[in-house]
Design a protein around this ligand. Structure first.
Ligand SMILES: *[C@@H]1O[C@H](CO)[C@@H](O)[C@H](O)[C@H]1NC(C)=O
Ligand SMILES: *[C@@H]1O[C@H](CO)[C@@H](O)[C@H](O)[C@H]1NC(C)=O
Ligand SMILES: *[C@@H]1O[C@H](CO)[C@@H](O)[C@H](O)[C@H]1NC(C)=O
Ligand SMILES: *[C@@H]1O[C@H](CO)[C@@H](O)[C@H](O)[C@H]1NC(C)=O
Ligand SMILES: *[C@@H]1O[C@H](CO)[C@@H](O)[C@H](O)[C@H]1NC(C)=O
Ligand SMILES: *[C@@H]1O[C@H](CO)[C@@H](O)[C@H](O)[C@H]1NC(C)=O
Length: 933
C-alpha cells in the first residue's frame, strides 16, 4: 500500500505543480537554449507540459519550469509525461547548474544517470522513479550537502552503492526500492541526522544494519524488506518518531529485545517476518507503544518457546486498541496462554504454522470483542468445541476465520447465521459428509476453502452467494454433477480439482461464470466436450481441465483468447486442435496425453510468448517443428512419445532458443545426427549457475519486471518468464532417448554447463564418449545405454562429482572402468553389456576372473522421466495466480503472500531444495526424489 501512497503523492505533486503558476521572470537566454536543445532530443506524444516550451516565450513561463527571481532555472518537473529521453538529450541539462529540483519520474530514460548532476551544488530534490534507468548511479550525488530527497525506486536495471555520507548531510528521504543497489549500508548513514524515510525494499544490500542507525532520531519510516541484511537489529531507543519498521525477508539473526525499542512512541507497524530471528518472543513486546491500529508481524522467523504471557502487560494497552498480531510460521510451542484473552483490543491474531499444542477453548474468544480475524491453522491445537455455549453476540466482529489443518471433524456450528463472515478456511481437516446448508446462506462470504477434507455432497444444486469470489473445494469426495451457479456470480477463483465429479461440463457454464479467472476441474471423471461458453469470461487466465475423459476438439475460441495464459488439457481423450490465432497469449500449453494429431502445429508460431509447450503422448506424425525456433521465450519443449520423424537440425531457421532449459524428444522416430552447432545456441544451458542458492531473496526477481508505468500485463509477462526460468534452472535437461539418432555424440555437448540430466539411451550413436562430458559439472544423471558407443570410458567423467546416476550399459565400450570419486558408488548394472569393460564393479580388482552375478533387467529408464504430473499444475497454478492478480502487485501484504506461496510451492515440488541449497555442499543422492522410475 505504501507504494500506492507514493503514487498518489506523486499525482498530488504533479497536480500542484500544474496549478501553481511558476514565478515569472525573464529567463536567462542560454538556459532557455539548453532547455530547447533538451526538448529537441525528447520523443513524446501527449506531453501537456512540453507543448508550452517554445522559443518565442520566456522559459520561466513554461509548464514544468520554475525560475529564481533573477531568471535562473531552479526546477524541472516533467514527471509522468510518457517522454522518451536518451543520454544525448540529457546531456543538454549540463548547463543548468542552478537546478535545485529535478523530477523526471515515470518517463522512459533509457540511459545512465549523468555524473554531472553531482556538480549541481544546489540540488535538493532528485526524483527519477520508474524511469527505466540503467548503468551505475554516480554515488557523488548522494554526497551533495544540499540534497534532501532522492528517489530512484523502480529502476530494475540501475545498480549502485551507497557512499560515505558527509557529516552535514541534509538528506531526509532516501528511496531506492526495486533497484539493483547493493553493498553495505555505510556506518556514516548515522550522519544523516535529518533522515526520516529509508525505503530500500527489494534491493541487493548485504551485511549488517549499522549500529549508527541508533542516531537517526528523526526516522519515521524504515523499510528494508527483501534484501540480504544479516546480523542483529540495532536498538532504536532514541528514534521516537518511527511509525513503520519493515525488515521482513532478510537474514537478520538474534533475539528480539524489545526494551531497546521502548521509546518508539509512534510505532504503528513492526514487520520482522521471514528472517532468521530466534529465541522467545519477549512478553514486553506487547508493551511497545503500538499505535491504536498497530501491526506486529514477526511471522516466518524461528522464534521458539512458549507464546508470551500477556496478562502482565495488558495494562499498558489503551482501551479500544486495534492491535494486529501476526506470529505465524515460527516454532512457538506449548499452549496458547489464556492471558491472550486479556489483549482486549486484539483485532487480528495469526498464530498459524507453529507447534502450538494443548487445548484451546474457543469460548474464551468472546472476551475479545474486537476480534475480526483469527488464524490458528497448522498447529497441534485441540479446539474445545463446545460451540453450543456461544451466545450469538460473542465476537460478533469476526469476519475471517482460518482453522485449517486442526483435525476438525465437524463444521463449527457457531458460525451459523454469522452473516458478517467473509472468509472461512477449514481446509485440510477430517470433516466428512455433507456441507451444511447454513454455509450456503452466509451471504457475505467472499472466500470459502473446504479443500482436503472428505466431504461428499454439496447439499445444493445451485450455489447462490453473490459475493463469493474464491471457492476452493479441491481434494474431497464430491461426486455426480458439477453444481450450478446462480447469477449474478462473481467467482474469480474456482477449484473443484481432485474429486469424483462425473458429469459433463454444463454447456452454459461460461455464461454464468463471467468473472472467472482461474478455473480448475482437473482430476475428476468429467466427460463430453469442452464447452465453448468458457471463452465468454474476459478474465480467464488459467484453465485446467487435465486428467478427465473429455473428448472432441479443443474449441477454437480458447486458442484465440487474449487473456488465457495457462491452458492445461493433459490426459483427456481430445482428438483435435484448431489453429492458434494471432491473439494467442499462452505462456503454458499442455495438451499431452490425448489422441491429438498434428495439423495445428504450424499455427503455434502465433503463440509468441510460449514458455512451456508439452505435446507429449499424442499421435503427432510430423517432422521436427523448426518453426518453433522463432519463439524465443520457450524454455520447456516436450515432444516425447509421438511419431515425430526426421532430422532435428534446422538449417533454414535463424531463431534460437536462448532460454531453453529442458528438451524432451524421447520415444519418437527422429533420426540423423545431433547438430552440435545448434546445441551451442542454447544459451541458458551454457550458463553455469554454480551454487547460486535459491532462496527468497532470489525469488525477488520474480517480479523484477514490475515497473511503475507498465500495465499489469507487461509486469506479469516478465514476472512469469522469470519465475519459470528460475524454477527450471534446477532442471536443465536433455532427453533424446528411444529414437534412431546416429553418428557420434557431438563434442559441443560439453558446453551445456548447467545440464542436470542427459539421456541419449536407446539410439544408434557410435564412436567414443566425448571427453567434454567431463565439463558438465552440474550433471546428476547420465544415461547413454543401449547405443553402439565404443572406446574407453574417458577419465574426465570422474570429475562429475554430483553424478548420482550413470548408465553406460549395452554399448561396445572397452578398457578398465575408471575408479574413484562418484564412480565407486555405481554398481555393475551401470556397466553391464559391454564385453570389453573390466574392473570393479564388474570384475574384482585383481582380475582373477571373479565377476559379480549378472544383473539382468531393464534399468535403462531408471531415474529419467520428469514427473510432469507434479510440476505442471503446481507451476501453472501458483505462477498463473500471480499473473492474474497482477493488479494487486503493489500491495505489500499481497506480495508477501505470493512469495511465501511460491517458495512453499517450490519446496513442495522440489523437497530437496532446502537440503540442497540450505547448505553450501550439495547432496549427491537427490535424483530419486524428483525423477520418476
Ligand atoms: C546556489 O544558491 C546560492 C544561494 O541562493 C547561489 O548564490 C548560488 O549561485 C547557487 N549556485 C548555483 C550553481 O546556481
Ligand atoms: C551517534 O552520534 C554521536 C555524535 O555524533 C557519535 O559520537 C556516536 O558514536 C554515534 N553513535 C553510533 C552508534 O554511531
Ligand atoms: C528513551 O529516551 C529517553 C530520553 O530520550 C532516554 O533517556 C532513555 O534512555 C531511552 N530509553 C531507552 C530504553 O533507550
Ligand atoms: C535487553 O536489553 C537490556 C538493556 O540493554 C538488557 O538489560 C537485557 O538483559 C536485554 N535482554 C535480553 C533478553 O537480552
Ligand atoms: C439467491 O439469493 C438472493 C439473496 O440472498 C435471493 O434473493 C434469491 O432469491 C436467491 N435465489 C435463488 C434462486 O435461491
Ligand atoms: C478415452 O480413451 C480411452 C482410451 O482410448 C478409452 O478407454 C475410454 O473409454 C475413453 N473414454 C471416453 C469417455 O471416451
Amino acid at each position: 500500500m505504501k507504494t500506492l501512497l507514493h503514487f498518489f503523492l506523486f499525482l498530488i505533486t504533479l497536480w500542484v505543480s500544474i496549478i501553481i503558476p511558476a514565478v515569472h521572470s525573464q529567463c536567462i537566454k542560454n538556459q532557455q537554449l539548453s532547455l530547447l536543445q533538451f526538448k529537441k532530443g525528447l520523443v513524446f506524444n501527449h506531453s501537456t507540459k512540453l507543448i508550452s516550451w517554445n522559443a518565442s516565450t520566456d522559459c520561466c513561463s513554461w509548464v514544468g519550469i520554475t525560475c529564481s527571481r533573477n531568471g535562473h532555472v531552479l526546477g524541472l518537473d516533467i514527471s509522468f509525461e510518457h517522454i522518451s529521453v536518451n543520454s544525448s538529450s540529457l546531456f543538454h541539462l549540463h548547463y543548468l547548474q542552478s537546478l535545485s529540483v529535478i523530477k523526471l519520474d515515470g518517463n522512459n530514460i533509457s540511459a545512465p544517470v549523468p555524473g554531472f548532476f553531482a556538480n549541481f551544488s544546489n540540488l535538493t530534490i532528485l526524483s527519477l522513479q520508474g524511469c527505466n534507468l540503467h548503468g551505475t548511479f554516480p554515488k557523488e550525488i548522494f554526497q551533495l550537502p544540499s540534497l534532501q530527497s532522492i528517489d530512484l525506486s523502480y529502476n530494475q536495471q540501475l545498480d549502485g552503492s551507497l557512499p560515505e555520507f558527509p557529516r552535514n548531510g541534509s538528506l531526509r528521504n532516501l528511496h531506492l526500492s526495486w533497484t539493483k543497489f547493493s553493498g553495505l549500508l555505510p556506518n556514516s548513514i548515522g550522519n544523516l541526522k535529518m533522515l526520516s524515510t529509508i525505503d530500500i525494499d527489494a534491493c541487493e544490500f548485504t551485511g549488517p544494519m549499522p549500529k549508527s542507525m541508533t542516531n537517526l532520531t528523526q526516522l519515521v519510516s524504515l523499510s528494508m524488506s527483501f534484501n540480504k541484511l544479516e546480523g542483529s537489529i540495532p536498538s532504536f531507543s532514541g528514534a521516537n518518531n518511527v511509525g513503520d519498521i519493515d525488515l521482513s525477508y532478510n537474514g537478520l539473526t538474534g533475539t528480539i529485545n524489545s526494551t531497546h525499542w521502548r521509546n518508539l512512541t509512534k510505532l504503528s507497524s513492526l514487520i520482522l517476518s521471514s528472517n532468521k530471528l530466534n529465541g522467545n518472543i519477549p512478553a514486553s513486546l506487547f508493551s511497545l507503544n503500538l499505535s491504536p491500529t498497530g501491526l506486529l508481524d514477526l511471522s516466518g522467523n524461528q522464534f521458539s518457546g512458549p507464546f508470551p504471557e500477556t496478562s502482565n502487560v495488558s495494562s499498558y494497552l489503551p482501551n479500544g486498541l486495534n492491535l494486529r498480531v501476526d506470529f505465524s510460521s515460527n516454532n512457538l510451542e506449548g499452549p496458547i496462554p489464556m492471558s491472550i484473552f486479556s489483549l482486549r483490543g486484539l483485532k487480528t491474531l495469526d498464530l498459524s504454522s507453529n507447534n502450538l499444542s494443548g487445548s484451546f477453548p474457543l469460548d474464551g474468544l468472546h472476551q475479545l470483542r474486537n476480534l475480526s480475524e483469527l488464524d490458528l491453522s497448522h498447529n497441534n491445537l485441540f479446539l474445545t468445541h463446545d460451540y453450543t455455549n456461544f451466545s450469538y453476540s460473542s465476537f460478533s466482529q469476526l469476519s475471517k476465520l482460518s482453522l485449517a489443518s486442526l483435525k476438525l471433524r465437524t463444521f463449527p456450528n457457531f458460525l451459523r447465521n454469522r452473516s458478517n463472515l467473509i472468509g472461512l478456511d477449514l481446509s485440510d481437516n477430517q470433516i466428512n459428509g455433507k456441507i451444511p446448508n447454513w454455509i450456503w446462506s452466509l451471504s457475505n462470504l467472499e472466500s470459502l476453502n473446504l479443500s482436503c477434507n472428505s466431504l461428499d455432497s454439496l447439499n445444493v444444486h445451485s450455489i447462490n452467494i453473490t459475493n463469493l469470489d474464491n471457492l476452493d473445494l479441491h481434494s474431497n469426495q464430491f461426486h455426480g454433477q458439477i453444481p450450478n451457479f446462480q447469477p449474478p456470480c462473481y467467482l474469480y477463483y474456482l477449484d473443484f480439482s481432485k474429486n469424483y465429479f462425473s458429469s459433463i461440463i454444463p454447456s452454459t457454464i461460461g455464461d454464468v461464470l463471467l468473472s472467472i479467472g482461474i478455473f480448475s476441474l482437473s482430476s475428476n471423471n468429467l466427460n463430453g466436450i469442452i464447452p465453448e461458453s468458457l471463452c465468454n469470461s474476459p478474465y480467464l487466465t488459467i484453465l485446467d481441465l487435465s486428467n478427465n475423459s473429455l473428448s472432441g476438439t479443443i474449441p477454437q475460441c480458447l486458442t484465440t483468447m487474449s487473456s488465457l495464459a495457462v491452458l492445461n488439457l493433459r490426459r483427456n481423450n481430445l482428438t483435435n486442435v484448431d489453429e492458434f490465432s494471432h491473439n494467442c497469449s499462452l505462456k503454458k500449453l499442455d495438451i499431452s496425453g490425448n489422441h491429438i494429431q498434428g495439423q495445428f502445429l504450424k499455427s503455434l508460431v502465433n503463440c509468441t510468448q510460449l514458455e512451456i509447450l508439452n505435446l507429449g503422448n499424442n499421435l503427432i506424425t510430423e517432422p521436427f517443428p523448426c518453426f518453433l525456433r522463432n519463439i524465443s521465450t520457450l524454455s520447456v519443449l516436450v515432444l516425447r512419445s509421438n511419431k515425430f520423424f526426421g532430422h532435428i537440425g534446422c538449417r533454414k531457421t535463424n531463431g534460437t532458443w536462448p532460454v531453453l532449459r529442458m528438451i524432451d524428444l524421447a520415444h519418437n522416430n527422429f533420426s540423423g545426427e545431433i547438430p552440435g552447432r545448434d546445441l551451442t545456441t542454447w544459451q541458458a544451458m551454457r550458463t553455469s549457475k554454480g551454487d547460486a542458492p535459491l532462496n527468497i531473496s532470489n525469488l525477488q526477481w520474480l517480479y523484477a519486471g514490475a515497473s511503475f508505468q507498465e500495465d499489469t500485463i507487461m509486469v506479469t509477462n516478465k514476472g512469469s518468464e522469470m519465475e519459470l526460468v528460475n524454477v527450471l534452472t534446477l532442471f536443465t535437461s536433455i532427453d533424446f532417448s528411444c529414437n534412431k539418432f546416429n553418428g557420434s555424440i557431438p563434442e559441443e555437448i560439453g558446453e551445456l554447463k548447467s545440464l542436470y540430466a542427459l539421456n541419449l539411451s536407446n539410439n544408434a550413436f557410435t564412436g567414443a564418449l566425448p571427453s567434454s562430458l567431463g565439463n558438465l559439472s552440474e550433471l546428476e544423471s547420465l544415461d547413454l545405454s543401449k547405443n553402439k558407443l565404443s572406446g574407453q570410458i574417458p577419465l574426465e567423467l570422474t570429475k562429475l562429482t554430483f553424478l548420482a546416476f550413470l548408465n553406460l550399459s549395452y554399448n561396445q565400450l572397452v578398457g578398465r572402468i575408471p575408479s574413484g570419486a562418484q564412480f565407486s558408488t555405481f554398481d555393475a548394472a551401470s556397466f553391464e553389456g559391454n564385453k570389453g569393460l573390466w574392473g570393479p564393479p564388474l570384475t574384482a580388482d585383481n582380475n582373477t576372473g571373479f565377476s559379480p552375478p549378472k544383473q539382468e533387467g531393464n534399468h535403462s529408464n531408471l531415474g529419467h522421466e520428469i514427473d510432469w504430473d507434479i510440476i505442471c499444475p503446481e507451476i501453472g497454478f501458483t505462477c498463473g495466480f500471480g499473473i492474474a492478480i497482477g493488479s494487486l502487485l503493489f500491495c505489500k501484504r499481497w506480495r508477501k503472500w505470493y512469495y511465501r506461496a511460491m517458495y512453499n510451492m517450490l519446496l513442495k515440488i522440489f523437497p530437496q531444495l532446502e537440503r540442497r541449497f540450505g547448505h553450501h555442499r550439495r547432496h549427491v543422492y537427490v535424483h530419486q526424489r524428483y525423477w520418476r522410475r
